[in-house]
Design a protein around this ligand. Sequence first.
Ligand code: NG1
Ligand code: MG
Length: 519
Amino acid sequence: MAGPVPIAHSLSDIYTPDALPSETKRWNKLVAQFETQYGHEPEFVSRSPGRVNIIGEHIDYSLYPVLPMAITADALLAVSTSPTTEDASSYTIRIANVQGSKFPQHEFSLGFDAVDIDATVHEWTNYFKSGLRGALELLRKKHGNAFKPKNMNILVDGTVPTGGGLSSSAAFVTASALAVMVANGEQTVDKTELTELAIVSERAVGVNSGGMDQSASVFSERGSALFVSFTPTLKARPVHFPETNPELVFLIAQSFVTSDKFVTGPIHYNLRVVECTLAAAYLNAVLNPPGTQLPTDAAPLGISLHGFQEAYFSLKEHATGTTSSKSVSEQLQELLALTNQTLDKHEGYTREEIAAVLDITVDELNAKFTSRFPVRAERFKLRQRAQHVFSEALRVLQFLALLETSPGSDNDTAAYNTRLGGLLNDTQTSCRDVYECSCAEIDELCAIARRHGSYGSRLTGAGWGGCSVHLVPADRVAAVREAWEKEYYGKLSQLSQEQRDAAVVVSRPGSGSAVFLVK
Ligand code: NG1
Ligand code: MG
């Protein structure tokens, strides 16, 4: 799985046969439009897909493993380059989008020092700039500070819906960083390096994100889901779905409720990251001996629930002089019980209460945990957030274990599917009631799907709107679609025909990032 981002020689290296005809048309159009725009052919196209998360929601930033898969929809950047002159003090980026009316073109002249990104202005090219910034940092590390980036002409074509939980942002950031690396002469781009820089880069746009989306976008392989773990280092490996009859497919359904992290971050996404971090710090202060430092790891705020778990069990072993025979699953069960005892305030904790337990002042607490990304809250629901994270981490392991056992004879298939789907349904219940990141419309889509044959239905991505994912046997797909049409989409009178046509897609696991050389 590790290794360089593949160079594709034909579009059939990238897309599944069913997607190939329409993707070929789209690529030809992109190249033709590039020529019209810039007067010459592009040199290459970089490509990164969106993803759907199958299970493991809101646990990547606590550094627990997750199980996403890439989808066909992607971000493409067609690129040509020119060197900067010997005495130049800046380089130029021209960037346009095939959807020019929605994403207007820009030209930047940038100095050779750092790339400035104003995260307070929500501007589509910020995502490119964050990829640019990350890639340049890596290039400077490799070639020294005197390294001079090339000028780039870029035309972007993205098909991942924005704000829909399918990770259009990570697709764009990783494709951008990849484009900058290739434009500046890197013959091979290491997948792990690309993913890590994209994770850090995306935080520059103002979202305190985990690393699932970028990993899924870069590492995915056609035909399999991806098990991504973040500690001790970032690793991704493909996981196959067992063959069942009828085939199981994932249906992705849009709710058409847009959840914009830039608007709601302080009360939704970024607040959850802070709550999980505070829960880790609180549990550490109460349950580990005084002065125990949690491993400072790659979590957005340095301390994670996963880090707490590791410290807790290794200290316990140390104290008793034993090696724990507990499996990770048993550890998670124990942590759930401990959470219920230790974090007993259902109504949440005030800053004063948390600061007292951490033995710091409220100002110190704010400086450490809530200043980088602003959050708005009187109380922090540490109990509920830790409960969700530990139980969801457990469900990921259970789901993986199921995928790695065969369903057995045909007779057992229904029971097997029910167990797989049951875990997805449990995730939805936890997201709705404990983590509070669902919404009425997603709950409704899930209920309709289950009534018509889905084994498991849940939100995917950050939630509060966006997309839902459903595990449906192939012979029930039409019934589920029809029911949504009648009971959900049919009632949204403001939907255009185009939106309605794109509302539901059958998604088979697609391939990850690639570079396509045009000449
Ligand atoms: P979306 O909103 O689908 O891009 C976000 C995070 C993920 C993960 C999920 C919840 C970003 C870029 N992505 O996904 O890392 O935390 O929410 O599981 O913020
Ligand atoms: Mg996103």
